[in-house]
Design a protein around this ligand. Structure first.
Ligand code: SF4
Length: 108
C-alpha cells in the first residue's frame, strides 16, 4: 500500500467533510479518474487528455452537476477561480456557465 496515496485520500476525506459535511458521494468510486494523475486535470497542456478521460467516464453527469453546484452555491471565489478540468469542462467553460456575459480566458 502506498503511504502517499493514503495520506492524500485521508486529506481528501477531511476536505469533503469540511466542504459538504459528510462522506464523498458514492458515485466517485466509479470515476474514470480514480487512479489517474491529478496533475492531468490541472495542467494547461493536458486539457485534451483530461477531457477525453471525462468523456468516457460513467459518472460524468453526476460529477459535472456536483462541481457546478458547488461553485454556484459557494462563495464567489469558487466561481471566479474555477480552474482545471472537472466533469469534462475546463475552468473557463464553467466560468462561462456561471457568468454567461463575461469573456473569460481559458488557461487550463
Ligand atoms: S467526469 Fe472527469 S473529473 Fe469527473 S469523475 Fe469522471 S473522469 Fe473524473
Amino acid at each position: 500500500m502506498k503511504t502517499t496515496d493514503d495520506a492524500e485520500h485521508f486529506g481528501y476525506r477531511v476536505l469533503m467533510k469540511a466542504l459538504f459535511g459528510g462522506e464523498p458521494p458514492t458515485w466517485r468510486n466509479r470515476a474514470a479518474c480514480a487512479d489517474a494523475d491529478p496533475d492531468m486535470f490541472h495542467t494547461a497542456g493536458r486539457t485534451a487528455a483530461a477531457k477525453a478521460m471525462c468523456a468516457s467516464c460513467p459518472v460524468l453527469a453526476e460529477c459535472r452537476d456536483n462541481q457546478l453546484s458547488w461553485e454556484a452555491n459557494g462563495p464567489a471565489r469558487f466561481r471566479d477561480n474555477a480552474f482545471g478540468v472537472v466533469g469534462g469542462l475546463s475552468g473557463a467553460e464553467r466560468r462561462r456557465i456561471h457568468y454567461p456575459a463575461k469573456n473569460v480566458k481559458d488557461v487550463a
